[in-house]
Design a protein around this ligand. Structure first.
Ligand code: DSN
Length: 423
């Protein structure tokens, strides 16, 4: 690896001179991203244009409040960025209102709770072991501590959301809000059905779209926006923007959402990230991005099939999205060990509980794979098939250092053909 990399631009030598420790990590992390396979379903390679905003002087500006209504002076320029971003979000998703300020997806979710509920209220959400998220009511999260969370899950026979159970629980518990959306659910959600349940019990319909919003942006899957009162998400997954969060809502909830974000939950927004979100939203409105979103899904389907051909089982029979959840019990290896062996072999993915998992969350019987990053690299069906066989080899043999080394050489040969952030 060279000690400098033109990717970081002309200021990088100054950073190297001033702080070689941190500069070295920037280089080695770039190297890791270039030469390992990035299969974590919630990660992607954002564009150099987005990265340029994150390293910009917008980072210096405090801008508590909203465009035209800030608490500090000097916000004329950052106001322009936020207005452009809000308009792009509304146009891309057909939303009545958009807030680009949440620092993360979890922060966006804190704001949603705050806008629509008070502590102690009942909220119906998907359980974490069945694919939900910490902020959907985990006992170790604020959501599980401050709210009366009633959890629904997937059916054991088909591993799909049990809408009958969801409706029964809604009728029995009269929740103030119903949350759909997950981190490890490979199928589409029936938003029309969820809306009708919400209407039946008078609940707010909240969709946490963090995982799949990029596919919605690319018009590759149906949108929750026409149905939901509020849609929260992260901006760095398939959407391919900077790390951060965003909230869309109906106009009638706009004031409540904005107040919940600021001053309810955050101080000053990170304006460099808001600018990055605006840049990503413009990228998402292009035909190239729409093709990308469709390719992400077809690639993930090939990857899931390839793993099935290697003797593993795709939960719910496959995938309709960017991620697949794979039951690897047939290999005799648990999720934790598989994750470690893949890591040693240059394949970055995560262990993941499968529905009704007999193993603990720290061990698990599954792995989760995603196609967002490899598709950004330009990989297609032949590469997905090859990745399936590399994962299978890593799970089987990656415990032996020499074999892990050989697999990582093959990973390196594959990734070298699809360079990210070329020099
Ligand atoms: N941690 C994210 C994921 O990997 O799915 C969810 O926030």
């Amino acid at each position: 690896m060279s000690t400098s990399d033109t990717f970081f631009g002309p200021d990088f030598p100054a950073l190297q001179a001033q702080d070689p420790d941190i500069a070295a990590v920037l280089l080695s992390e770039l190297e890791r991203q270039r030469h390992n396979l990035q299969l974590i379903a919630s990660e992607n390679f954002t564009s150099p244009a987005v990265l340029a905003t994150l390293g910009s002087t917008l980072s210096n500006k405090y801008a508590e409040g909203y465009p035209g209504k800030r608490y500090y002076g000097g916000c004329e320029e950052v106001d322009k960025v936020e207005v452009i971003g809000i308009e792009r979000a509304k146009s891309l998703f057909g939303a009545e209102h958009a807030n680009l300020q949440p620092h993360s997806g979890a922060s966006a979710n804190v704001a949603v709770y705050q806008a629509f509920t008070k502590p102690g209220d009942t909220v119906l959400a998907m359980s974490l072991p069945h694919g939900g998220h910490l902020t959907h009511g985990s006992k170790v999260n604020f959501s599980g501590k401050w709210f009366n969370i009633v959890s629904y899950g997937v059916r054991q026979d088909n591993e799909l959301i049990d809408y009958d159970e969801l409706r029964d629980l809604a009728l029995k518990n009269a929740p103030r809000m119903i949350c759909t959306g997950a981190t490890a659910y490979p199928s589409l959600i029936d938003f029309e059905k969820v809306r009708s349940i919400c209407d039946e019990v008078g609940a707010i319909m909240w969709v946490d779209a963090a995982h799949f919003i990029g596919l919605v942006a690319g018009k590759a899957i149906p949108s929750p926006v026409p149905y939901a009162d509020v849609v929260s998400f992260t901006t760095h997954k398939v959407l391919r923007g900077p790390r951060g969060g965003m909230i869309l809502s109906k106009a009638e909830h706009a004031a409540a959402i904005d107040k919940a974000v600021f001053p309810g939950m955050q101080g000053g927004p990170i304006m460099s990230a808001v600018a990055g979100k605006a840049v990503a939203l413009k990228e998402c409105a292009t035909p190239a991005y729409q093709k990308y979103a469709k390719d992400v899904i077809s690639n993930c389907q090939v990857l899931a099939k390839s793993l099935e051909e290697e003797g593993m089982r795709a939960v719910s029979g496959g995938t309709q999205t960017h991620l697949a959840l794979i039951d690897i019990r047939s290999t005799g290896i648990n999720g934790k060990v598989a994750d470690e062996r893949c890591g040693l072999s240059g394949i970055t993915l995560n262990k993941n509980a499968i529905p009704y998992d007999p193993e603990s969350p720290a061990v698990t019987s599954g792995i989760r794979v995603g196609s967002a990053a490899t598709t950004t690299q330009g990989m297609g069906a032949p590469e997905m098939k090859e990745i399936g066989s590399l994962i299978a080899r890593a799970i089987k043999d990656g415990g032996e250092p020499s074999k892990a080394q050989a697999i990582s050489q093959d990973v390196r040969a594959l990734t070298a053909k699809f360079p990210v952030y070329p020099r």
